[in-house]
Design a protein. Structure first.
Length: 176
């Protein structure tokens, strides 16, 4: 695992516990990208700001401010973490990845670190507020380097999809 330099931690998302599990085991200061509506929840908003989380608005509607902020962090040698499924999986199964992390990796030259969290859906499932006892496991894959490009053309769109699929399959393999 790269101890320095730009890094994007990419994980599946089973439960709201996932960021805590990842922060406990990844020895880097991570800035998580989190859904903007979470910053409106009393108590949680304080925690998110304390840990430097980046609010993500609907990027599919053209709001890329969160990607720009993450890119600045990466270009400064920092590390960001995100859940490219776009939210917590309601059934714990891996959902298709969105491509934003591949764009960030290509623009910044950051390594992509695939991570799989297992068991959090049993410990704190969607809709529950108090965890129950259970086993949580974190598996870390090999870093993936995608190179760096200052300008991304429409010809790179297919390549971004391939990178996204490759990382998704890496996370899927870690889950088994």
């Amino acid at each position: 695992m790269p101890k320095e330099g730009p890094l994007i931690v990419v994980s599946n998302h089973q439960s709201i516990l996932d960021p805590l599990v990842i922060m406990a085991y990844i020895p880097r200061k991570l800035r998580f990208l989190a859904a903007a509506y979470l910053f409106k929840i009393p108590g949680l908003n304080i925690l998110l700001r304390l840990y430097g989380a980046i609010p993500v608005n609907d990027t599919e509607r053209g709001d890329i401010s969160s990607l720009k902020k993450a890119l600045r962090i990466l270009k400064g040698g920092g590390a960001v973490a995100l859940f490219p499924e776009g939210g917590v999986s309601p059934d714990g199964k891996l959902r298709p990845f969105k491509q934003g992390f591949a764009y960030l990796a290509l623009k910044s030259g950051a390594a992509v670190l695939p991570v799989a969290v297992k068991g959090t859906t049993d410990v704190l499932p969607v809709g529950r507020y108090f965890p129950k006892r259970g086993r949580i496991e974190l598996k870390v894959g090999e870093p993936i380097s995608v190179g760096k490009k200052d300008r991304i053309s429409s010809a790179d769109e297919e390549w971004l999809g391939e990178v996204s699929k490759m990382v998704e399959e890496s996370v899927r393999a870690l889950l088994f």
